[in-house]
Design a protein around this ligand. Structure first.
Ligand SMILES: *Cc1c(COP(=O)(O)O)cnc(C)c1O
Length: 369
């Protein structure tokens, strides 16, 4: 069986370094808010090429904290609207609704699966305060039109960078394009911890300070609480692991690009739609997503032939039980994407033979209808 993602094999590459990093933290007697988190924040800041970095407990919290901080600063208020792509992972929208802000779901572009920037302006109202863009599947979602719209209407741009660490748009890293960004280091992400972790990046030093305080009970000074905060801190042990793995993230992205390019050059089946991406973006291929009319049939065919594939994502957010009140909106492109997408295995440890086997299976697949 070719696994969708063999995490054991991913981390085995760095096992000696990870074990000594863990041993150092265990022996130090210091497990939170210490040197390891500081060291990781500095490493990520260098990787990004500047800005402020706040290590937090997970990617959802990173995004929640950005909105919470804007509310504390009086820049956003309960009931304000945030434009967000309708086909994202639910965490993007949970971060908005958790802060009593209103998500305005906008259809993605069918070529990139990222927010259709041409549709944004018609969704802007007097309550709109921000656009949350999601670099879905590791592909940059950005353009100068987007920058112009944000400027024209004084909107914040928040990047959900959970899937795209290392990607660039015209040389600028994802996470440094907008006003603030949330990163996830969930184990399966391109930079994966050995547990939950996340981070916020922002050029805005004041916002950074509020987020850092909010993530630590709303307290900058022990037992003095400025805000009704959260407990959302990164563990020292996860920070130590992430500092090790960050050194390899660029090389892993290079390998992912080679795998993606092999898939794109070699898959020749007319019933399969391959991913598209622009020249001025550096895609990091968190996921390699194809589309086909008979997705469930292709999924079963690959499973029967020993290839594990996943669906990102099977149910659109507006059709989830937790967002029942949205269920009457019409999002035909989003529906189509959720019905047709299938993610092929892609990672830094997939072998050439495995990729070839997957390509051969896809090329000999005949859709029933
Ligand atoms: C993974 C992910 C998140 C949430 O990250 P967690 O660390 O799992 O909380 C948010 N948005 C997107 C697009 C993601 O893929």
């Amino acid at each position: 069986m070719i696994k969708f993602l063999d995490l054991q094999k991913v981390n085995a590459q760095y096992s000696d370094e990870l074990k000594s990093a863990a041993a150092e933290v265990i022996d130090s007697g210091w497990y939170l808010l210490g040197n390891k988190v500081q060291e990781f924040e500095n490493s990520l800041k260098n990787f990004q090429g500047g800005g402020n970095v706040i290590a937090v407990a997970n990617g959802l919290d990173a995004l929640r904290l950005i909105f919470k901080a804007y509310i504390e600063l009086g820049i956003m208020n309960e009931g304000d609207e945030v434009i967000v792509p309708a086909n994202t992972y639910i965490a993007s929208v949970l971060a908005i609704t958790d802060n009593k802000l209103v998500p305005v779901l906008v259809e993605p572009n069918l070529d990139t699966y990222n927010l259709d920037i041409d549709l944004i302006e018609s969704k802007i109202t007097s309550k709109t305060k921000a656009i949350m863009i999601v670099h879905l599947y590791g592909q940059i979602s950005w353009s100068s039109e987007l920058e112009n719209i944000a400027k024209k209407y004084s909107l914040k741009i928040i990047e959900d960078n959970a899937q795209a660490i290392g990607a660039r748009w015209n040389g600028v890293r994802s996470g440094n394009l907008g006003d603030a960004a949330g990163f996830s280091f969930y184990p399966g992400k391109n930079l994966g911890a050995l547990g939950d972790s996340g981070a916020v990046t922002t050029k805005d030093a004041e916002l950074a300070q509020v987020i850092r305080t909010l993530a630590n009970y709303g307290s900058a000074q022990k037992y003095v609480n400025l805000y009704q905060g959260l407990n959302s801190r990164m563990d020292e042990i996860q920070a130590a692991f992430l500092t090790v793995k960050l050194k390899y993230v660029e090389n892993e992205a290079k390998i992912r690009r080679e795998v993606a390019s092999k898939y794109i050059r070699s898959i020749k089946n007319k019933s399969i739609i391959l991913p598209n991406y622009g020249e001025n973006e550096e895609h990091v291929w968190h996921l390699f997503v194809i589309r086909t009319k008979n997705r469930d049939e292709l999924h079963s065919y690959l499973t029967e032939n020993g290839v594990q594939t996943l669906i990102h994502y099977p149910i659109p957010i507006y059709k989830q039980d937790c967002y029942k009140y949205m269920s009457n909106i019409s999002l035909p492109i989003t529906d189509m994407i959720h019905n047709e997408v299938l993610s092929l295995p892609i990672s830094s440890i997939i072998t050439k033979e495995e990729v070839l086997k997957i390509v051969d299976l896809l090329n000999s697949y005949k859709a029933i209808s």
